[in-house]
Ligand binder design. Structure first.
Ligand code: G3P
Length: 218
């Protein structure tokens, strides 16, 4: 399973990259705004800065909602860097744009996916990735993880190449459950990635090893 970080914070991206397990980055307009990155020029520069840190797919989201503008915006984004993946919302105009991009060699991430039907139709259109939002489904008492299993099953039935990019991940169990079910990618906040590392028995064990070493060498 590939690990992406879900943030526009350059420091967090650097930290995750330094761990040596980072495969890519996803962003969205809310994550950009959280970092105070506003205005088209600044946003485009920020994508380029992210691409300089991580050598892997970087999702850049369109804010247009009609076909022609999505195409224009997506083409501009894709010209920024070879690793840019154009993130397109799961709406009918977006679906048509995904089809266009897939026929023209531009990689896409179909975002705001909340159902198996949406995932199926995005794969039919040729999306490179689809982003089911686990946490937001859990927030409304619907199982995000069950959706990952359902999409995996459907894609495997027909050998769809579209990658399942599990998004809106909130904690390490989401990541582990995604790995069990065969999600291709999990895009996670830095904290969820770091939390995978922790185990109290590791800390206790290391403490004892170091103390025993010190006793033998004193
Ligand atoms: O990037 C999309 C997704 O990961 C958003 O997550 O936590 O805002 O539901 P969240």
């Amino acid at each position: 399973m590939k690990f992406f970080i879900d943030t526009a914070n350059l420091e967090e991206i650097k930290q995750a990259n330094e761990l040596g397990i980072l495969d890519g980055v996803t962003t969205n307009p809310s994550l950009m705004a959280k970092e105070g990155i506003t205005g088209e020029k600044n946003i485009l520069k920020h994508y380029t800065d992210i691409c300089k840190i991580v050598d892997g797919p970087v999702s850049a989201e369109v804010i247009s909602t009609n076909y022609n503008d999505i195409i224009k915006e997506g083409k501009n984004l894709s010209k920024l860097h070879k690793n840019i993946v154009v993130k397109v919302p799961m709406i009918s105009e977006g679906l048509k744009a995904i089809k266009y991009f897939s026929l023209n060699g531009i990689k896409t991430n179909c975002t705001l996916v909340f159902s198996a039907g949406q995932a199926l139709i995005a794969a039919k259109a040729g999306a490179t990735y689809i982003s089911p939002f686990l946490g937001r489904l859990d927030d409304i008492s619907s199982s995000g993880i069950d959706l990952i299993g359902q999409i995996r099953h459907i894609y495997d039935n027909y050998n769809f190449k579209t990658e399942i990019l599990a998004a809106s991940i909130r904690h390490p169990m989401h990541i582990i459950n995604c790995a069990e079910l065969g999600a291709d990618v999990a895009t996670c906040p830095l904290k969820a990635i770091k939390d995978l590392l922790n185990h109290p028995l590791t800390d206790i064990g290391l403490d004892k090893f170091l103390k025993d070493y010190a006793k033998g060498n004193s």
